[in-house]
Design a protein around this ligand. Structure first.
Ligand code: TMP
Length: 207
């Protein structure tokens, strides 16, 4: 079931998601719009703790199955503790990543299979975003930005092949949910990416 006023942002590493979300925050603040931002994995204490375990560079022995279950566990808690209550209080909820990340990263890039990922995620979760903004950028373009970043985590340390597989994973996601996902060309200058994303949000809220 789609959850109204729940919008997610998706993309591979260094797709420009963070910049886009920051700019959308500024825009909505100027409009005095009632909204919150949050992120996956994280957004609440328990899920942030799970995030630290998943992304810890020490945890190289973590199996793909363990990783997928931890993402799903963090998602259930975050959805029930924060996303649904906030939507019910009348907020627009903007979330950095959601189920589509698990399909692309764990289902395709880690090779667990899309069906398995959907199965473990449907155990407690029956909700999908009403709109997903997907920043579509080729890994070779995006990863040029990675070296400029000062902080790396376990997933940032993956090979270019892994990131290409994530990219292919998102193409699978697009086939699964063509109506929910708005594709933004992420290969253009960041300023244009931001403007296209802002337009999509304004269209959604009817401004
Ligand atoms: P972030 O860097 O966008 O905050 O995301 C954290 C990392 O977690 C990123 O490398 C993508 C990864 N991830 C998954 O592999 N599966 C998931 O379900 C989610 C939500 C994130």
């Amino acid at each position: 079931m789609k959850l109204k006023n729940f919008i997610t942002f998706e993309g591979g590493e260094c797709s420009g998601k963070t910049t886009v979300i920051n700019e959308i925050v500024k825009m909505l603040e100027k409009m005095n719009y009632k909204f919150i931002t949050t992120r996956e994995p994280g957004g609440i204490r328990i899920a942030e703790d799970i995030r630290n375990i998943i992304l810890d560079v020490k945890n190289t022995e973590m199996t793909p199955e363990c990783e997928a279950l931890l993402y799903a566990a963090a998602r259930m808690q975050h959805l029930k503790e924060k996303v649904i209550p906030k939507v019910n209080e009348g907020y627009l909820v903007l979330c950095d990543r959601f189920l589509d990340s698990s399909i692309a990263y764990q289902g395709v890039a880690r090779g667990l299979g899309v069906d398995n990922v959907l199965k473990i995620n449907s155990f407690a979760l029956d909700y999908l975003p009403d709109l997903t903004i997907f920043i579509d950028v080729k890994p070779e373009v995006a990863l040029k930005r990675l070296t400029l970043r000062d902080k790396s985590d376990r997933l940032d340390l993956e090979t270019i092949d892994f990131h290409n597989n994530v990219y292919n994973g998102y193409q699978e996601v697009l086939k699964l949910y063509p109506d929910r996902i708005k594709v933004i060309n992420g290969n253009q200058p960041l300023e244009d990416v931001v403007n296209d994303c802002k337009k999509a949000i304004l269209e959604y809220i009817g401004e």
